[in-house]
Design a protein around this ligand. Structure first.
Ligand code: IPD
Ligand code: CA
Ligand code: CA
Length: 281
């Protein structure tokens, strides 16, 4: 049975309400650890870190959600998947600490990302920034919210007037998809581009209109699942770089207010082809 619960002034399903509660508590765990002397380990790849608090946050989130919803499965960054999209089941997609490198260096830009999906459809998306106590929530068909306010994407309709954000994968030294040149190309056009280090926040900030667009290559489902729904429910557009339909296991993502989408897509693609064709001749 679908239970509806009042959150701020809105009615959400019990799943969404619980994801909000659990994200808030996980945020408390991260705040307790922030700036303390915790252990840090290297995962696969250079500077791909995991800390004691990635683990603590994830253990708490999985434990809390599985107790409330024993029928659900998990795809979580640090512990892998119990059941990923193959069955018609509800799967929680979790990044317990998005922005680990920031966190490990005491830089206060990080978030918790929790999404609920059924196969490829994201039903709920929650991104929480515990430092600013900003809770971004979206439920399919109900809109997107920041704390108690409904949010909308920005109205900027020219790429040259845009404020953009991007990120780089841990294997940036291989320059996948020519992500370095794409970044340089935007900067050379005089477009301000930021790199915050938390893809979930990047997407949440597109949803609430702080940024007009975001692109990145090689992200994982836990980085994007919640933010993807936030952008869509706030009236924005999420596709692959080439404007084709986006699935959360696609290798590149382009999320904008919709108005600059085509121009940004063309710019990214043209940069890629210029370099690829240039290198062949
Ligand atoms: C990373 C962040 C970062 C993005 C990386 C991600 P993590 O996630 O989202 O912004 O550029 O590609 O892997 O490792 O901090 O959870
Ligand atoms: Ca992440
Ligand atoms: Ca993470």
């Amino acid at each position: 049975m679908l239970v509806l619960v009042k959150y701020e002034n809105f009615m959400f399903t019990d799943y969404t309400y619980s994801a909000v509660e659990v994200a808030r508590k996980a945020g408390k765990i991260l705040l307790e650890g922030f700036g303390t002397n915790f252990w840090i380990d290297n995962k696969e790849g250079k500077n791909n870190l995991v800390t004691e608090f990635d683990r603590k946050s994830e253990d708490y989130i999985i434990d809390a959600l599985s107790k409330r919803f024993p029928e659900t499965s998990f795809l979580a960054e640090e512990s892998g998947s119990s059941n990923f999209f193959d069955k018609n089941e509800l799967v929680w997609i979790i990044d317990p600490l998005d922005g680990t490198v920031n966190y490990a260096h005491n830089l206060p830009i990080f978030s918790i990302s929790i999404a609920l999906s059924r196969q490829y459809e994201i039903l709920t998306g929650v991104v929480y920034n515990p430092i600013l106590d900003e809770m971004f929530v979206a439920e399919r068909g109900k809109g997107a919210f920041l704390n108690d306010e409904k949010i909308k994407v920005s109205k900027c309709d020219k790429l040259d007037d845009s404020f953009l954000v991007t990120g780089f994968p841990y294997n940036i030294d291989n320059n996948p998809g020519h992500c370095v040149e794409q970044f340089v190309m935007m900067l050379k056009r005089g477009i301000p581009v930021r790199r915050l280090g938390s893809a979930a926040l990047d997407l949440a900030y597109v949803a609430c209109g702080r940024f007009d667009g975001f692109w990145e290559i090689n992200l994982n489902p836990w980085d994007v699942a919640a933010g993807f729904l936030l952008v869509e429910e706030a009236g924005g557009l999420v596709t692959q770089y080439n404007c084709e339909k986006y699935w959360i296991d696609c290798n590149n993502i382009l999320a904008t207010n919709g108005l600059i989408h085509e121009e940004l897509s063309q710019t990214l693609i043209s940069c890629y082809w210029e370099i690829t064709c240039g290198n062949q001749s």
